[in-house]
Each structure stands twice: as structure tokens, then as C-alpha cells.
Design a protein around this ligand. Structure first.
Ligand code: GLY
Length: 254
């Protein structure tokens, strides 16, 4: 929520970098301990899309709303219409237009999707994910973040996982669902994240050298794990009122 409102964060909410046409379009999803889920995608003019995803989960018979329909529902629910393109993201877009080069930049994901996993005192797990997606994407492009099983998955009997990085690659391996299933088979969160990253790498041929994917996971015991393809993915663990930042271990040692 706070990050979505932070105009200095160029990868979520207000101030997120726009698509090629200069429109900021946001994706988000949320999943709770009951396996209930809500998502919005390609939403313009609303900052707190994670809250909008929650409204989809709690107030509608559906799980996903896209584009104009999601926006209309947001206004009905009392969300404010806001301009999401800030002066600095507009400047960055105008600079990008000088070359219009479209190439993923490794660890732009440092500022990419925000994924959160939470476990309470009862051991109940939930999670959320929010992003402005790849900067300068094609209009209408949706990544992994709002898609159940890819950007986020929770099974309260087992654990949860969420992803950051190149959404297309996470989607192709249904990465977060894969991690939860690997934990179901007995892997620790760390082992499961490592196996999922190896799967993404293997399926990509040699392309993995040009993109980042990172996962975090938590199991029913509250153990956590994180792994990514390339160095540079950090994550926080908040426990017993202490917030610690860690560097995720990574696959590509070359
Ligand atoms: N992981 C965010 C995206 O690719 O949209």
C-alpha cells in the first residue's frame, strides 16, 4: 500500500513506469488462507490496485477484473481517480522514446514487482503481489503478477510463494504454484525456490542470461526461502518485530 503511493518507486502504483504509449497500467492480486483470490489487471488511474484486488475477492462473485471494468468497479467502491504518470516517469518515458529500444534490463527487477507472504500466530498464510509490470511494455500486456499460480500462490495446508522478474518466463512455468507443490512433496522453501529457478533457466535455453526471475516462499512452519537467476535480488523478513534485509542466493555464477 505505502509503496504503491510512493512516487519514487517506479515499478508499482503511482509513479510506475508506463507502457510504450505512455499509459501506466497496474496489475495486482491477493490470496488468503481460505484459498480465496482476487486480481485486477491493466488498470489505469487507480493507485492502490492491491486494495482493489481485495475488493474483487471480497465483494464480487468473480476472481479477476481487467482494464476499464476493473477501473469502473474501483470508482463504485470509492477509489479515487488519480493521474499515475508523474513528471519523472514521463521524462523517463520520453527519454526511452528517443531510441524505443525494448530489451529487458537485468535487475530493473530490483525495483520491480512487490510480492508479500504473511503467516500469523495461528499459522495461517496469505499473500499479495502488485506491479506496474515491465516498463515500456506493449499496450495491454499483462505479466505473471495478477495470475494465480504464477505471480502468487497460497495453499494454507502447505505454504505460499510469490515471484518477481520477467513475467513471461514465470507464467510459462507457473512458478509460484510449482514451488508450493514442491514443498508439498517435502522440499524446504529454499529447495523449492531453487528448483523452480532451475526449471525457468532450463526451459529458457540460453535466454536466461538476459532476464531476471526471483522467488520467495514460506511454509507452514514459517520457514522461508528465496532464490533468483542473477545476483541482485533482495528481500525482507519481518519476524518478532525485527525487519531484516537479505540478499537472495542466485543461479548464474558466471
Ligand atoms: N513480474 C512482473 C511482470 O513481469 O509484469
Amino acid at each position: 500500500m505505502m509503496e504503491e503511493a510512493d512516487v519514487k518507486n517506479a515499478s508499482v502504483g503511482k509513479g510506475g513506469l508506463p507502457d510504450r504509449d505512455g499509459n501506466v497500467t497496474l496489475d495486482a492480486c491477493i490470496m488468503d488462507k481460505n484459498g480465496d483470490y482476487g486480481a485486477v489487471m491493466c488498470v489505469q488511474n487507480i493507485t492502490h490496485v492491491i486494495s482493489l484486488a481485495r475488493k474483487v475477492m471480497e465483494e464480487t462473485p468473480h476472481v479477476m477484473l481487467a482494464g476499464k471494468g476493473a477501473e469502473k468497479f474501483g470508482y463504485q467502491q470509492g477509489f479515487k481517480k488519480e493521474k499515475l504518470l508523474t513528471e519523472s516517469s514521463k521524462k523517463a518515458w520520453e527519454k526511452w522514446k528517443e531510441t524505443s529500444q525494448y530489451k529487458p534490463i537485468i535487475n530493473i527487477e530490483n525495483h520491480d514487482t512487490i510480492g508479500m507472504l504473511a503467516i500469523d500466530n495461528n499459522g495461517d498464510i496469505s499473500g499479495a503481489c502488485t506491479t506496474s509490470g515491465l516498463s515500456y511494455k506493449m499496450a495491454g500486456r499483462v505479466g505473471d503478477s495478477p495470475i494465480i499460480g504464477s505471480g502468487l500462490f497460497i495453499d494454507n495446508e502447505i505454504g505460499g510463494a510469490t515471484a518477481t522478474g520477467m513475467g513471461e518466463e514465470v507464467l510459462k512455468t507457473v512458478g509460484s504454484f510449482l514451488i508450493v507443490e514442491l514443498m508439498r512433496q517435502g522440499k524446504t522453501p529454499q529447495e523449492a525456490c531453487e528448483e523452480a529457478v532451475r526449471r525457468v533457466v532450463k526451459k529458457s535455453g540460453n535466454r536466461f542470461k538476459d532476464f531476471q526471475v526471483g522467488f520467495i516462499a514460506i511454509n507452514k512452519q514459517g520457514e522461508t526461502g528465496a532464490y533468483c537467476i542473477h545476483e541482485g535480488f533482495n528481500y525482507n523478513v519481518y519476524k518478532q518485530e525485527e525487519n531484516k534485509n537479505y540478499k537472495a542466493t542466485y543461479f548464474n555464477k558466471a
